[in-house]
Structures are given as C-alpha cells and as structure tokens.
Design a binder for this molecule. Structure first.
Ligand SMILES: Cc1cc2nc3c(=O)[nH]c(=O)nc-3n(C[C@H](O)[C@H](O)[C@H](O)COP(=O)(O)OP(=O)(O)OC[C@H]3O[C@@H](n4cnc5c(N)ncnc54)[C@H](O)[C@@H]3O)c2cc1C
Length: 387
C-alpha cells in the first residue's frame, strides 16, 4: 500500500511520523490542559488540526485518502493515542461539517483559528438518554426572534473541557425524526453553556471528555449550521468522515505496538531461545499482522471511495468494525506476548485500553452491523421516533 503513495504524500507521512514522535509526547503524567494546548498549537503549525479543510480557510486541503495516511502516521508516532484521537475528532466531526454545510461567512469566521491550532472544537450529540438512538434528543432549541434558546445536556463530549467552539445537535421539532434536529455552532463562554468535570476514563486518557449543559443558552440564528431541520444530515456527513478517517489513528497505534512486539519476540529468551522461535508465539504474531493489514485495506478502500465522491457508507462501517476489533485483539495479544511486563502502564496494555472505547464511539460496532445489514436488504428498519 505504501509503495503506491506519491512522493509528496510519502514525505508528508514521514514528516508527521517524526514530528509526532518528537514533539507530541505528553510532558505530564496526568491530563494537563495547558500542556494539551501547547501540543495542540504545535500540531496546528504542522497542519494536522486543519488537514482536510480547504486552503482558502487555513487548512491543508487534503482528500480523505491523504488524511488517512496523515492520521495513521500521527497514530504511529504519537504514543498518546488520546491526543491523536482528540485531533481527529476535532477535524472530522467539527471542522468538516462547517466545510460541508457552513455558509461562506461561517467558514471565514470559524475555520482559520480552528485550523491553525489556536482554537479547539468539540462535537455534542450524545445525551444520557440518547446514545445510539441519536434522533431522540431531549436537548431542545426553541426559536425566539433572532436567536434560539437551548436547554438540555450532552454527555461524553470529546474535547469539551478544553473546547473554544461546540458543534451541538438539538431538537427543533421534538419527535420530528430525521428532520427534527438542527446543528448549531456555539462559542465557549456563551451564557447558559457550562462544561462539567473531566471524566476519568479507562482508555484514551489523553483526550479530555465531559458533559455539557445548556440552560437557556441563547445562540444567534446565524449560528445554525445548515438550516433548521437538517441536523441529522450534518451529523451523517460528519460520521462519514469520522468512520472513514479517524480510525487510521488506530492503524498507526497498532503498527507501533506490532513492531515493538516483533522486536521483543526476537530478543526475549526463555528456555535458551528467543520466544519468537516458539510456534505459539510466531503464529500469534502472524495473526496480528493479518488483522492489521486486512483492516488497513478496508479503511483505505473506504477513504479512496470518499475521496472519489463514491458512496462509502458500507465501506466505512466495515472499516470501523475491522479496525476496532483488530485493535482490541492486537492489544490483547501484545499484552500476552510480553508476559507480566505487558500489564505495566506505557506498555501494550495502553493499546487495549485505548481500543475499548473505539468499539463504542462513532456509532457502536453493533450499530455498524445493523447499518450494513440494512444495506444488504435485511435487518430491522430504524424504529419510528418515540412520542
Ligand atoms: C471515548 C468516547 C468519546 C466519545 N466522544 C463523543 C463526542 O465527542 N460526541 C458525542 O456526541 N458522543 C461521543 N461519545 C459517545 C458515543 O457516541 C456513544 O457512547 C455511542 O453512540 C453509544 O451510545 P451509549 O454509550 O449511550 O450506548 P447505548 O446506545 O445505550 O448502547 C448500549 C449497548 O446497546 C447496544 N445497542 C443499542 N441499540 C442497539 C440496537 N438497535 N441494536 C443492537 N445493539 C444496540 C449498543 O451497541 C451497546 O452495546 C463518545 C464515547 C466515548 C466512549
């Protein structure tokens, strides 16, 4: 696959790999907002935080295929997978909806600082009562003259503790199904918007997550992204980007752990021989290679389709499934092959912990299977909205 990269794309990959390994390791043991922002600015200078945004708005104008190469290199170079995930979520779930659905004025207003690394974005749709069932939001947005009043809350919002801008989905027509949602761009610090305490998570600890509350939060009507009632279309568009490109971060993280595991199996001796000579070990490693390479082919196929403007719904769902299941399996196998050292912080157990949430966000793996089954003409149709 890499032999088919253009010289420019290969140079970009090498640059990102070197940069991420050198400049993105966290300087702090626990999550540190100031250090996160310092690294974010560096990532912005390298063009990572605006990679797929057109150059006229401050981005690098990459297509999905090149973005997947870039994010794979970021995931491989940056041992803090949480940070890489935060960058990808900002880019794909927040900036790309503005690129695809924003007015020219909105793009000019919001995108340059979000691309440069000066500002950070978060995307909120999930609510305590609406996880997979995204159309049944309880957060309401009521039009009042030249603004909307938002009331409700979001949970599991990536980047919320450090975000300057929020892309928020709210119901403008409760029980309106696909046409009942509207997307808003909201400035942090808007009266009535409050961010909760950062969660303590099992994995992706370098990515800050929190609840977001709206209490009579007045948002100018000019901050609607798309038009009233098109929130679900905006969300679907962002998930197309996220499911296709974000998981490239995990391909990179898997590559890093796999390379370390191969080196370890060649070095570590027991019973007078490197453990890689034992077939139980070498076959496990071959299975890891197979899981990674097959998931990689699916992801790059989805990215190629997205770049070509082809339908990529099934391809991106298959890629999301394959990459995340492979990451969990590869993480488990890498821990086993290290023996006791595998469970120490900073070891391959980090990949396992970081992979567990990946089976859940961007639509759980069960929801991906439902969507693929529907595309095959089988499987349950989406139930009508609750009243
Ligand atoms: C690290 C992390 C970061 C996240 N970041 C964001 C973010 O930035 N913004 C945001 O809005 N959200 C975010 N989320 C939330 C994420 O999108 C939701 O967790 C996800 O959509 C699932 O919702 P839920 O957790 O409420 O699970 P539920 O929907 O309650 O599902 C529980 C279980 O039931 C299964 N299930 C539910 N319905 C069906 C069905 N119809 N068929 C089969 N199985 C089903 C699910 O697959 C799952 O196994 C994040 C989550 C995590 C873990």
């Amino acid at each position: 696959m890499n032999s088919r990269l253009s010289p420019e794309t290969a140079a970009m990959r090498d640059m990102v790999l070197a940069f991420a390994g050198r400049d993105l390791p966290s300087a702090a043991d626990a999550f540190d907002a100031a250090d996160f922002r310092r690294r974010w600015r560096l990532a912005g200078k390298q063009g990572l935080t605006g990679a797929t945004v057109p150059a006229e708005y401050g981005g690098s104008g990459l297509d999905a295929e090149s973005a997947a190469v870039l994010l794979e290199a970021l995931g491989e170079g940056c041992a803090d997978t949480g940070f890489a995930f935060s960058v990808a979520a900002h880019l794909l779930a927040c900036l790309m909806p503005i690129v695809e659905f924003g007015t020219n004025e909105q793009k000019r207003h919001w995108l340059p600082a979000l691309c440069s690394g000066e500002r950070i974005a978060a995307h909120g749709i999930t609510e305590p009562e609406a996880g997979s069932d995204t159309l049944n939001l309880r957060t309401r947005a009521e039009r009042q003259g030249d603004h909307y009043l938002l009331n409700g809350s979001k949970c599991f919002t990536t980047n919320a503790p450090v975000a300057d801008v929020f892309i928020v989905q709210a119901a403008t027509r409760p029980s309106g199904g696909f046409f009942g949602l509207t997307a808003f761009i909201i400035e942090a610090g808007t009266p009535g918007l409050r961010v909760g305490r950062p969660y303590a998570k099992t994995g992706l600890r370098g990515s800050p997550t929190a609840d977001v509350y709206f209490d009579d939060c007045a948002v100018p009507a000019g901050h609607v992204l798309g038009t009233e009632g098109t929130g679900a279309t905006v969300f679907t568009g962002s998930m197309k980007w996220e499911r296709t490109c974000l998981f490239a971060v995990y391909l990179g993280a898997m590559r890093r752990v796999l390379d370390d595991t191969v080196a370890f199996a060649a070095e570590r001796e027991q019973f007078g021989a490197p453990i890689g000579e034992f077939q139980a070990v070498s076959h496990r490693i071959v299975d890891m290679v197979l899981a990674l390479e097959s998931a990689r082919l699916l992801l790059f196929d989805a990215a190629r389709r997205l770049s070509a403007g082809e339908d990529c719904d099934v391809a991106s769902a298959l890629a999301k499934l394959a990459v995340t299941e492979a990451a969990v399996k590869l993480g488990l196998d890498a821990v086993q092959l290290r023996g006791a050292a595998g469970v120490l912080d900073g070891g391959p157990g980090d990949l396992l912990r970081d992979a567990l949430p990946a089976r859940i966000f961007s639509g759980t793996n069960e929801i991906q299977k439902n969507n693929i089954a529907r595309a095959l003409g089988i499987g349950r149709r989406r139930p009508s909205p609750r009243r």
